[in-house]
Write a protein that binds this ligand. Structure first.
Ligand SMILES: [Zn+2]
Ligand SMILES: [Zn+2]
Length: 108
């Protein structure tokens, strides 16, 4: 199920001709892990119905947020279960909902 989601969000449309140019920021929606520092800086907030968090469920596991549960927020304000988001960011540095990118791992 997760694999289907990944494929849907990250179609492989890479240009084989592109050389090393502008690597790091905008390019690479395909499977670059997020920097661990960036992951650590993500905000953890309590989910409250009618509160700040717009989502009612985690799109990664499709589980609804329970009242009072801690969720982790991307800079784009999308919220996910902390564990789900951490796992997601180990394989991708973009928001699963809107593709907002956070700093990617510097490792090759
Ligand atoms: Zn989840
Ligand atoms: Zn987002």
């Amino acid at each position: 199920m997760i694999v289907d989601v990944l494929l849907a969000y990250f179609p492989s449309d890479e240009e084989p001709s592109s050389d090393v140019e502008g690597v790091g920021e905008d390019r690479g929606f395909g499977g670059i892990p997020a920097s661990t520092d960036a992951v650590k800086e993500l905000a953890v907030v309590k989910y409250e119905r009618g509160g700040d968090v717009r989502e009612e469920s985690c799109i990664i596991c499709f589980g609804e947020f329970d009242e009072g549960v801690e969720v982790t927020r991307m800079p784009c304000k999308h919220a996910f279960h902390g564990g789900c988001l951490t796992r997601w960011l180990e394989s991708s540095h973009v928001c699963p909902l809107c593709r907002h990118a956070i700093p990617a791992s510097a490792d090759p």
